[in-house]
Design a protein around this ligand. Sequence first.
Ligand code: DER
Length: 259
Amino acid sequence: VDIEAAKRAAAQEAVKNHFPDNPRFVGIGSGTTIVYVVQAIKELGKDLSRIGFVPTGYQSKQLVINAGLLPIEFDALPDGDMIDIAFDGADEVDEELNCIKGGGACLYQEKLVAMRSREFVCVADYRKLQSRLLTKWPTIPIEVEPKAARQVMSRLRVLGSKSPAGKGPFLREGAILKAGPIKTDQDFFIVDAPFPQPLLTSDDLERGAVANPLAGSWEVEELAREIKNINGVLAVGIFCGPTGPEAKAAAVIGGQRPV
Ligand code: DER
């Protein structure tokens, strides 16, 4: 099945259905799907010259500049002004539109932009939509200050972070592209934290399900809060859905399976 075609379809659907008439600021996320979002914005045939496009890292900024759009850094936004809409990808999305993000290690600036936006549109092809988070995507990306990384990983193990095989959490390594850990656009590390069970939603709890953190079974918002409170953590790759603290409205546009 052509995954690129599904990403393109999701991006075109998201832009067609959500791009505002006269936005002042538009957030542009990171990853590969967002490339199709920028293409779809360009194909709208609108005058884009008066819109500030807020990037979520170096890759996103290059994408905006190479598309001939006007980048405006997040810290250059006028105080109090909101971003009209932000488009971004995700690694996995559940039925409540909670997202795992950070596969591209850009989660910190992505969350800054998402939480400053009136509308957050998550553009995700059919592979990403699962009933619960940590179904197919196995880990939660966490941006961590390097000196604290080992202490953060110890604390994550106490919170039950381990893969079904008992491994983890892991410091994200550069592998063939770089010896040693990768550094984010903030010069921090990424820790990927596996948990042995999919994350429960708040709806699950309302329906009587019981989280059991000691067994590594967490409710999504509670785990996000718990990880964010660990000393040395800058950002957690859990973006909660419309009922949660971050995204005001996240509309997941599932890509069509090409026939
Ligand atoms: O790192 C991120 O959160 C990105 O948005 C990423 O997860 C989406 O990447 P993709 O569009 O290449 O799947």
